[in-house]
Ligand binder design. Sequence first.
Ligand code: SF4
Ligand code: SF4
Length: 255
Amino acid sequence: MSDSSFRNPRGKGKKRNDWQDHETVNFKKDRVESDLEQLAHECRELTVDYLSRESFSATLCEVVGEALDIFSSRCSGYHFDPEPACRKGCYYCCCEQVDVTQAEAAYIGFKLLSSYTESEIKDIMKEVDRTTVEVGNGRTAAVAKTPCVFLKNNICGIYEARPLACRGRNSFDEIDCKLNFKGDGYYDSIQSHQIPMDIAESIQEGLLRGTKNLGLEAGLLDLRTAVKIMLHIGVAECVDAWLQGDFFFGKSRSL
Ligand code: SF4
Ligand code: SF4
């Protein structure tokens, strides 16, 4: 690949030339592209179908749960050669910004409340405040190369609920990731499969289209910022307001 600068493949609209495509056994480019569009469409329908019947946070969590199952089942339809080296406990990629949809943020917010103690939540609040910076217009973003606030003893504390972007990211070799993410910034060759990243993005796209079609604010936000907003304002307060047509991410301006 000609471009040597590292770019986060989890961010929407960012190039990812250096996460090199690799041929998979049943890779057929045109078919994959139409499958991805179909997938985004299915996830849009799923979102609209559920939320137009019952616009509650519990229903929203069901939508996201199904979307995460769809990710696993779509990926299992591919044979990846080599198998990605990714595993629970491997964390080198957990120092980059992760973009989430409002629906995923809400899902993670509720998981956080149900699986962390009060004192752990206070620690997370301190950590999000420490590792986010103002980027203008009252908005914040993750400080570069700082570990994700959910990383504890090198393990993701919300592994079962982790965002689609984290699921899509993959690598052939953990050592490449170690050199890239922990290194001095000169090493940038991480070989990975494109398909899981595309599947994750298409599902996110479907969630965004669905919520937008319902007249809700739809966009991507840095995970840490979303957590910061939810923990400072209240998870249920943020999510309920958003489901009623208010700004979810816009609330960061009042922090
Ligand atoms: S992308 Fe790299 S650092 Fe992240 S889980 Fe996979 S092998 Fe580990
Ligand atoms: S949510 Fe989990 S997998 Fe994703 S960056 Fe944070 S610690 Fe890593």
